[in-house]
Design a protein around this ligand. Structure first.
Ligand code: HEM
Length: 347
């Protein structure tokens, strides 16, 4: 029996909203900031900002990227480190319930007589079966990916466009990155961050030291405060989702280009919508990362955005420019300036 036989709702992917087009570049130049807002705040995507998980018409691309990463080298993208069983169960239970609550036309959750749970996922045509402790039982319907789902974390993450991570905290207040399912990392290696504490995860970021002095407070807030979102942006030389530094073909910085070269875009704006949902009952938090990528030519057409981006690049020091993928920034500034001149806006 499949989900259609059970008379459950379905919604074709083509009827989902278009992917969000965020532009989180501040008007007052670039500064390193936490920028946490309550989940549900419209940060540029309207109704889609009301949910933790954002299902949009681009879903097949995100799903295919996850399956490709798992085939390429599973442990490069997915793993756990000292993840306590109760936390794994709590997170899996949350994910299944949240999907069914936020997107009832896409996910249906059924409690089973033996205490287990069945989750019907219409976009992937898969029916997932979990045991009474949310342990992975197997696929009841659908075609198993290669490699097959290893656990509930893996099976659930593959139904969701966002990447996922779990932060845990021990009774002595030390924290660590306990689980990752990250297939669209923005130039970092999930398997190298696994097991590290919050401060160590963030140490390579230029200018982040002041923020890290409050890392205990940030982690506490992640676990105990109501859910939040933050937007982060950088530039990338292409629109690929997976920017793992060791993945085949990933290029870090924007290649050199001529400012006059309007045909090929020099770069893409890469935005992450990060969601944080705390689980005080198990001293842990879920971290979600939703990536969207916009061709810089689209940004250059909008004078206000073009001016803001140029101001942000100008305000960055060399280390931040390199970290944000801007390179030395001068070619990009010249390319953006052409547009401001074209629009008579030389700000
Ligand atoms: C309160 C929550 C958090 C805050 C305020 C925060 C803040 C930041 C900031 C300011 C950056 C620099 C990039 C930018 O935002 O401009 C950053 C980078 C990063 N964050 Fe977070 N973060 C948070 C939670 C997390 C969590 C839970 C993870 C776990 C995966 C994480 C992983 C990373 C990684 C991997 C980078 C890039 C580091 C690198 O380049 O090596 N962050 N974060």
């Amino acid at each position: 029996m499949n989900h259609r036989d059970r008379g459950q709702p379905t919604r074709p992917v083509a009827t989902l909203p278009a992917p969000p087009r965020y532009f989180p570049v501040a008007a007052d130049g670039y500064r390193m900031r936490p920028g946490l807002r309550p989940l549900g705040t419209d940060v540029g995507a309207g109704a889609l900002d009301g949910t933790l998980f954002q299902f949009h018409s681009g879903f097949p691309r995100y799903r295919e990227n996850k399956l490709r990463c798992r085939r390429e080298d599973y442990t490069r993208y997915v793993g756990a480190s000292r993840l306590p069983g109760p936390v794994a169960a709590h997170v899996a239970r949350f994910l299944a319930a949240r999907l069914a609550t936020e997107w009832p036309e896409l996910f249906v959750q059924e409690p089973l007589g033996d205490g287990g749970v069945r989750l019907t996922c219409t976009l992937t045509s898969e029916v997932l079966r979990f045991g009474s402790a949310m342990e992975w039982v197997g696929l009841e319907a659908g075609v198993s990916p290669d490699p097959p789902y290893r656990d509930a974390w893996d099976a659930l993450a593959c139904q969701i466009p966002e990447d996922l991570a779990v932060v845990c905290r021990a009774p002595d207040a030390t924290d660590w990155l306990a689980a990752v399912h990250v297939c669209a990392p923005s130039d970092w290696a999930p398997e190298e961050k696994l097991g590290l504490e919050f401060a160590a995860v963030h140490r390579p970021v230029p200018g982040i030291a002041p923020l890290l002095r409050a890392s205990g407070v940030l982690v506490d807030g992640m676990i105990r405060r109501p859910p939040t979102v933050r937007l982060v942006w950088g530039l990338a030389p292409d629109d690929r989702l997976n920017r793992h530094p060791h993945a085949p073909g990933v290029q870090r910085q924007i290649p050199r280009f001529a400012a006059q070269d309007t045909d090929s875009p020099p770069a893409y704006l890469r935005v992450e919508r990060q969601g944080i949902w705390g689980f005080p009952a198990v001293d842990a938090a879920l971290f979600t990362i939703g990536v969207t990528v916009t061709d810089l030519r689209r940004i250059r057409e909008v004078p206000e955005q073009c001016t803001r981006l140029a101001a942000a690049i100008r305000s960055m020091d060399a280390a931040t420019r390199a970290y944000k993928g801007v390179g030395d920034g001068d070619e990009l500034l010249a390319w953006l300036a052409q547009n401001r001149e074209a629009h008579g806006n030389g700000a």
